[in-house]
Design a protein around this ligand. Structure first.
Ligand code: ZN
Ligand code: ZN
Length: 304
């Protein structure tokens, strides 16, 4: 059954998505059919085929209940001569690889045909926040990438906060970047949408109506009258974060939850509410949670 979420006042369904994967059509070891089978059995709802430099004929695949998005990972040269890894999501199946174009033209070419661009594994690429600030018209960045964790660079949370603080209001996705067996099911994006259709899912992607996770889930996110409130699966750590040194800890491993009713047997927490001060230095808030297995989920940022 599809899980629900109360997303800033809207009652929506959540759809589990892997937005980054490679088949034998580029450097993956599984065929697209095998990937569809494996992700389908794991209970995913949405998959984007993002082979390097090329699309797949996703409309000709037998995807069962999975919604397939046509995509590509493309690689124009970016700021400081660094090779970018960008996901184009929802592009025509005959879309030509734009990697030889200047990076901004390549991104804009994707957008011109109705696609969205996600900045893949910025930490692994060596990108800093001033590099990313130069890349316009992105839809999201990857806060977590399963494949690149094997060189210790799967987690791009710091550069994400850096650009948010500089005013680049990007939400974040988590992905597998599936190449081989070790990459499976490590990070995914919970798309919060009315229905499992390309238009509804892409609308959610465009608007940041989703959260990134390695396992824990949000059931409710809300921000009203300066009060941020969250309901989630049981977590040992819950932090509401904002610019610079500002952060409010709802719970932290090793400490008791602030709500005594939550802390009888363990410090696991399932809901939290906090008032955000009306300070001009605070420009965004986001919530991150960690379960007892050390797995994180990250909400999209909200402007304040
Ligand atoms: Zn890549
Ligand atoms: Zn990739």
């Amino acid at each position: 059954m599809t899980a629900k979420i109360s997303f800033y006042g809207r009652e929506l369904n959540t759809y589990r998505a892997n937005l980054h994967m490679h088949s034998t059509n580029s450097d993956g070891v599984y065929s697209l059919g095998e990937l569809i089978d494996l992700y389908g059995k794991e209970g995913y709802d949405v998959l984007a085929a993002t082979d390097h430099y090329r699309t797949n004929k996703v409309s000709e695949t037998d995807s069962g209940k999975l919604l397939m998005l046509s995509g590509m990972e493309f690689h124009p040269v970016g700021p400081r001569g660094l090779r970018l890894h960008l996901l184009a999501i929802n592009i025509p199946e005959d879309f030509e690889d734009p990697s030889s174009l200047p990076y901004q033209e390549a991104i804009d070419a994707v957008r011109a045909v109705g696609g969205e661009c996600i900045l893949a594994h910025p930490y692994w690429c060596g990108l800093n926040c001033s590099d990313i600030m130069q890349i316009k018209n992105l839809t999201a960045l990857e806060v977590y990438n399963s494949d690149t964790r094997f060189i210790g660079k799967g987690n791009s949370v710091q550069v994400w906060d850096n650009i948010l603080q500089l005013g680049y209001h990007l939400p974040a996705v988590a992905v597998d970047d599936t190449h081989r067996a070790r990459d499976f099911f490590g990070g995914w994006t919970m798309i919060c949408a009315g229905e499992k259709t390309v238009s509804s899912v892409m609308e959610a992607l465009k608007n940041g109506t989703y959260f990134a996770t390695q396992g824990p889930v949000f059931h409710k996110l809300n921000f009203e009258n300066n009060v941020f409130s969250v309901e989630c699966s049981p977590c040992e750590e819950l932090i509401v974060m904002s610019d610079c040194s500002f952060g409010i800890c709802g719970s932290m491993s090793g400490l008791k939850a602030q709500n005594p009713a939550e802390s009888k047997d363990s410090c696991e927490i399932t809901h939290f509410e906090t008032e955000i001060p009306d300070a001009p230095t605070l420009t965004y808030i986001r919530c991150q949670i960690k379960d007892k297995n050390g797995r994180y989920a990250w909400s999209a940022p909200v402007r304040i």
